[in-house]
Design a protein around this ligand. Structure first.
Ligand code: DON
Length: 408
């Protein structure tokens, strides 16, 4: 925690990306004077280059450094968190915090073309969805298929996996998530037979939940490898920009808005336009369904550690970069490649400018896909690769992390 305490105490200069997020959260922040005081001194967003100091947060982090989790979930800091939330009309209790436990669950592990892939288990949907997509793709000779035909197969696999995400996935402590079935190659073979090589399957033709009415983001991922070969893929989220933009006074802690990761009603889309069902309904003590997918790829070639923010698009970003690595891509290629995404509903292929050639757009449209060029780039991926052949270790950060503009 040392570096984090130092940054909180001594401050760091506000950059452009921060300011864009602050502009986006201005209205929500008005409910939180403590948040306003740090990020909107004098009522306007802090200016670019100004130093952001967070003394309350530094004290909070110090307490955690000294006392561990109990310094946060009980004692005077917990009291300040609960009092701050209740004073603003919230319903937290001291017991909620005291009873909170981190739960460790077995990761999801599977194989694709000789590569062992290890990723996040429920309550993230990432590992299950990726296992399902890779298993579906195993039924095709993807290496020999190019252009629109290849993209089409990947999109159809994405569509089917996200349908199951909407239908079945939620906190496995509360609902019976059929993980073994959903990640089984035989199940994927059945799904693969429903894919036509030349025509998009309308999402509405798949049984499941449909969106109730149609409508319309920060997270951080670290990939770490040490000199002994130990590795960490870690994605952390408070959901959308600045979470709920609410800070209980005297704590420096910005609260998340992870409730948006629950399905509030079957078919009602969340902030990422994801729909869900009972499996991911709100219940006391239940964890919301995530898409975070910190992932390891392991094969004779070596190891890749990857992950990204990006809400619902995380899974498909990790998936396509994994596919690229399996086909020989470097860490730099993996973070830079143009992205496309399908999530069952909305029944559209969202893509970054440049992800498809013009003839691919035409061909996919002809097949019946609805394409939507994204107004913002996807994600902020961090990758570390280790090549066993030459011993080389490469690290690459997403060029999108440096560009201006809103990023998913
Ligand atoms: O866990 C999830 O799936 C979301 N809370 C992640 C949100 C996210 O990545 C926002 N970042 N751009």
């Amino acid at each position: 925690l040392g570096p984090a305490i130092r940054y909180a105490e001594q401050g760091f200069p506000a950059d452009r990306r921060m300011l864009l997020g602050l502009r986006f959260r201005r209205k929500a922040a008005e409910a939180s004077p403590a948040f306003m005081a740090i990020f909107y001194p004098d009522g306007a967003a802090i200016s670019e280059g100004a130093v952001v100091r967070q003394p309350d947060l530094a004290a909070t982090l110090r307490l955690i450094a000294e006392q561990g989790p109990s310094g946060f979930y009980s004692g005077p800091l917990a009291d300040r968190l609960v009092d701050g939330v209740r004073a603003a009309g919230g319903i937290w209790t001291r017991d909620d915090l005291r009873a909170y436990r981190v739960v460790e669950r077995e990761p999801i592990a599977f194989e694709y073309r000789g590569v062992r892939i290890v990723s996040a288990p429920p309550p993230s949907s990432g590992g299950v969805a990726m296992a399902n997509i890779f298993n579906i793709l195993s039924n095709f000779d993807l290496q020999d298929i190019a252009g629109a035909d290849r993209s089409h197969l990947i999109i159809e696999a994405m569509r089917r996996a996200y349908r199951d995400r909407a239908q079945y996935l939620g906190d496995s402590d509360f609902v019976d998530v059929p993980v073994a079935l959903l990640t089984h190659p035989f199940y994927a073979r059945g799904q693969a037979t429903s894919i036509r090589a030349d025509v998009a399957t309308p999402s509405e033709s798949l049984p499941g939940i449909w969106p109730a009415g149609q409508k319309g983001t920060n997270t951080t991922h670290f990939s770490v490898l040490d000199e002994e070969g130990n590795r960490v893929a870690s994605t952390n989220t408070i959901n959308t920009w600045y979470g709920s933009a609410f800070m209980p006074p005297g704590t420096g802690v910005i609260l998340n808005n992870e409730m948006d990761d629950f399905s509030i009603k079957p078919g009602v889309p969340n902030g990422f336009e994801l729909i869900g069902a009972r499996a991911n309904a709100v219940e006391a003590g239940k964890r919301p369904l995530s898409s975070m997918s910190p992932t390891f790829l392991e094969s004779e070639r070596g190891v890749a550690i990857l992950g990204t923010p990006g809400g619902s698009r995380i899974i498909t970003m990790v998936l396509r970069s994994a596919l690229a690595w399996i086909n020989g891509a470097s860490a730099a290629d993996m973070v830079a490649m143009k992205r496309f995404h399908h999530q069952y509903f909305p029944d559209t292929v969202e893509y970054e400018t440049g992800a498809f050639e013009a003839d691919e757009v035409a061909r996919l449209t002809e097949m019946g896909h609805t394409l939507r060029e994204s107004r913002r780039p996807f994600g902020n991926m961090n990758v570390v690769t280790w090549d066993f052949g030459n011993g080389r270790v490469d690290a690459a950060s997403d060029p999108r992390g440096l560009v201006e503009g809103r990023v998913y």
